[in-house]
Design a protein around this ligand. Structure first.
Ligand SMILES: *[C@@H]1O[C@H](CO)[C@@H](O)[C@H](O)[C@H]1NC(C)=O
Length: 328
C-alpha cells in the first residue's frame, strides 16, 4: 500500500470520494444486473449472446481489440454450431513504389472479414519495416514471412509479366507454414492465394467459406476478357469447360484468384507445390491437378454468374524525386 501522510487522511477530498462511491455503486449495480440477467436467461447460447453483446457495447471502456472481438464472435458462432471456417489467405508481396498502397487496400478489405488469417510473404532477405508497420496498424491476424526469389528466376524491370513465374517461392513458403503449423483433422479452413494487386469484394470471402474441396468462380478483367469464367452444364450445374482468354484447353484454365482449396486437401497432399519447372501459365492448372478433377470443381458465386474479384493493375508510377522522411 502506498504511504499517505496522515494529515491528508484527515481531510479527504470530498468530491473525489463522491465520484469513487458513485463508480463503485454503478459497477456493483452493473454486475448485479448481469448476474440477474444471466439467471433469467434459459439457454447457454442466449447467455453467451448476452455476454457478447455486453462486451461489444463496452468494448471502448474495456479496450478490447479487433482481434479479441473476432475471437468472442468466433466462440459464439462455435457454440451456435455454425462457426465459419478460417480462411488462410496467402499473399506474396515485394518492395516497389505501389506496395504500401496495394497492401493498404488488401488489409482494409480483410478487416471486414471476421474469419481470416493473413499469411503475408515478402520477397526479401529481411522482413521490411514498411510491411511490419502495416501489419501492426492492421489489427488483423497475420503471419509475416519472408523468402527471397532466386536471382535467376526474378522478373527484370523490362521483362514482360508473363516471362517468368511470379510468387512461386513465396506461395510455397505459405504452404510450408500451413503444413508445419496446422494439423490434419484438427484445424479446419480454406486456403486462398490472394495476390496483392487484385481487388476483392468482401462477398468473395463468404463464397470461400463454402468450399468443401475446391471452389471456383469468375475473375474479372483478366486474359484479355472482361472476365474469365467457368462453363457450367445447364442441367447438372457442374463445370464442363472454361471461358478463358488464353489456352482454354488447359486441364484447369483458372486464374490464381479464381479458386480456393480446403485446408484438409492442402495438408493431406504435402507434395503439392508451385514450381519453376512448370510451363509458363500452367502454375494454377498443375497445382490444382494434385487435388481434384474438373468434374469435382464446386462452382460458387451464384453458379459463376457473379464477379467478386478483379485483376486490377495499378499503373507503375513514374517517380522522379523522393521526399525524404516519408514512408509512402
Ligand atoms: C445453380 O445451378 C443448379 C443446377 O443447374 C441449381 O440447382 C441451383 O439452384 C443453382 N443455384 C443458384 C444459386 O442459382
Amino acid at each position: 500500500m502506498k504511504y499517505v501522510p496522515e494529515r491528508h487522511m484527515e481531510y479527504p477530498n470530498n468530491l473525489d470520494m463522491k465520484i469513487r462511491k458513485c463508480l463503485v455503486y454503478f459497477l456493483g449495480m452493473s454486475i448485479l444486473f448481469i448476474i440477474w440477467k444471466l439467471s433469467v436467461i434459459e439457454t447457454d447460447v442466449e447467455k453467451l449472446q448476452f455476454l457478447k453483446d455486453t462486451l461489444y457495447l463496452n468494448k471502448e471502456q474495456l479496450q478490447l481489440s479487433h482481434q479479441q472481438l473476432i475471437l468472442i464472435e468466433h466462440l459464439y458462432q462455435t457454440k451456435l454450431g455454425k462457426e465459419l471456417p478460417m480462411i488462410y489467405a496467402v499473399t506474396p508481396t515485394y518492395t516497389r513504389y505501389v506496395q504500401k498502397a496495394e497492401l493498404t487496400r488488401i488489409s482494409q478489405t480483410l478487416a471486414l472479414v471476421p474469419n481470416v488469417h493473413w499469411i503475408l510473404v515478402e520477397d526479401s532477405d529481411e522482413k521490411t519495416d514498411l510491411v511490419r508497420n502495416l501489419i501492426a496498424d492492421s489489427n488483423l491476424l497475420v503471419t509475416h514471412l519472408n523468402t527471397k526469389t532466386p536471382v535467376i528466376e526474378k522478373l527484370g524491370d523490362k521483362d514482360p509479366r508473363w516471362k517468368k513465374h511470379r510468387g512461386v517461392t513465396q506461395r510455397n513458403a505459405g504452404l510450408k507454414w500451413l503444413r508445419s503449423n496446422l494439423e490434419l483433422n484438427k484445424d479446419k479452413g480454406v486456403v486462398y492465394f490472394m495476390d496483392d494487386d487484385n481487388t476483392y469484394s468482401t462477398k468473395l470471402f463468404k463464397e470461400i467459406a463454402k468450399v468443401k474441396k475446391v471452389g471456383v468462380w469468375p475473375v474479372g478483367l483478366v486474359g484479355g476478357l472482361n472476365a474469365e469464367t467457368l462453363i457450367l452444364d445447364q442441367h447438372t450445374g457442374k463445370v464442363v469447360g472454361y471461358r478463358s482468354g488464353w489456352k482454354a484447353d488447359r486441364k484447369f484454365a483458372i486464374d490464381m484468384a479464381g479458386f480456393a482449396i480446403n485446408l484438409d486437401l492442402i495438408l493431406s497432399k504435402p507434395e503439392a507445390q508451385f514450381s519453376y519447372e512448370m510451363e509458363k501459365g500452367f502454375q494454377e492448372s498443375e497445382f490444382l491437378s494434385y487435388f481434384t478433377s474438373k468434374e469435382e470443381l464446386e462452382p460458387l458465386a451464384d453458379n459463376c454468374t457473379k464477379v467478386y474479384v478483379w485483376h486490377t493493375r495499378t499503373e507503375k508510377p513514374v517517380v522522379k524525386g523522393i521526399v525524404p522522411g516519408l514512408e509512402v
